[in-house]
Design a protein around this ligand. Structure first.
Ligand code: 8DG
Ligand code: CA
Ligand code: CA
Length: 335
């Protein structure tokens, strides 16, 4: 998950509400560690972000999906005073402020940030001077901290996509490559590049075999030799996290790559496209309909609640159909 706060631009009529809600969401995730509140704030921000006109009162907001009493009161407070007491308190609390800053480094989660805080760390600069207690991933995160904070314009992801496809398909033209995440949802800029790769000869019955699958390592090697990948945060058999760069004129970007079995491709695409809030809502709907949905498969839940065999899926639409959920194009999954 990228560490950006995704500030909403001023062109949005409710951008100031969205931004304080997103900030409250980050606080719940990183400091209070309350994921229910985190989701609630994110959902409310997404709803307001899609609303075409300026909200004029908490009452008006309360009529919208995902906005209840508490959030509508915050909107009233913000409209009346131009600020929120809760956020002021958060900003004035050094511990909260430090955790917010430290968790912006990729690889540093809330627990590590708290432990760093307890060791006396407050700023990125302090960490850079004393990086001894950090993992390899966290050190690389620190190295590219400033670049990783920058959003990636859509145009640049298109260029990265083209290079990825050229390089990977020159290893084997049957590789299928899809950039997912916010890019696939049509956003004009993204926090990172989420790449999904599959190959018709690699299916789930071949996973779990004791032989190591060399496919992803070969791909990462080729992308590194071509100087597109410049650092690795972590590399397993099916999952790569790292840093890439088009050329020295461009900032260093976060690149995620997952290699997924051919028969699980559509569940993976759906999952990796997000948004995370959309995924949660859709998974909950699947359960109501008697299915369990994850990034690998869709399976029926028997009367005992034990999942059955995976259902054969040949498109993203299939998944929506099976759980009787109205199809949503990627652009409409920003909630
Ligand atoms: P962004 O990078 O532009 O900030 O947005 P994003 O593309 O939507 O977010 P992401 O953090 O890169 O995650 C990509 C997708 O992965 C996300 O849209 C949905 C899926 N996903 C979840 N939960 C989680 C999670 O806990 N961690 C990660 N890394 N991805 C998740 O549904
Ligand atoms: Ca990502
Ligand atoms: Ca992303």
């Amino acid at each position: 998950m990228s560490k950006r706060k995704n500030p909403v631009g001023e062109e949005n009529p409710n951008y100031d509400f969205c931004n304080f809600l997103l900030e409250l969401a980050e606080y719940e995730k990183n400091v209070s560690r309350n994921m229910h509140k985190f989701s609630a704030y994110k959902k409310a921000a997404a709803t307001l972000g899609e609303h075409p006109t300026r909200i004029k009162s908490g009452d008006e907001a309360r009529k919208l999906k995902g906005i209840g009493d508490k959030i509508s009161k915050k909107i009233d407070e913000f409209l009346a005073t131009g600020k929120l007491k809760k956020l002021e308190n958060i900003h004035n609390d050094p511990k909260t402020e430090a955790i917010n800053i430290l968790t912006k480094v990729t690889g540093i989660g809330p627990a590590k940030a708290l432990s760093l805080y307890n060791q006396g760390f407050r700023t990125i600069e302090e960490l850079q001077k004393n990086p001894e207690s950090l993992t390899h991933h966290q050190k690389i995160g620190l190295k590219y901290y400033e670049d990783f904070e920058k959003k990636i314009p859509r145009q640049e992801i298109q260029e990265i996509e083209k290079r990825l496809k050229d390089l990977i398909q020159s290893i084997d033209s049957l590789y299928k490559i899809t950039i997912c995440g916010s890019y696939r949802r049509g956003k004009s800029e993204s926090g990172d590049v989420d790449t999904l790769i599959t190959h018709p000869n690699w299916t789930s019955d071949k996973v779990n075999k004791k032989d190591k699958n060399p496919m992803l390592k070969k791909i990462i090697n080729a992308l590194t030799v071509a100087d597109l990948i410049i650092d690795t945060l972590s590399l397993g058999e099916t999952k790569f996290m790292g840093a890439c760069r088009l050329d020295s004129e461009h900032p260093v970007r976060r690149l995620d790559i997952r290699l997924t079995p051919y028969d699980q491709y559509y569940c993976s695409i759906l999952y990796f496209t997000g948004s995370d809030v959309f995924n949660k809502t859709m998974r909950a709907h699947a359960v109501e309909q008697g299915f369990t949905l994850n990034e690998y498969t869709l399976r029926p839940l028997g009367s005992t609640g034990v999942p059955g065999e995976p259902i054969e899926i040949t498109s993203e639409e299939d998944i929506f159909d099976f759980i009787d959920y109205p199809y949503k194009k990627p652009e409409d999954r920003n909630a």
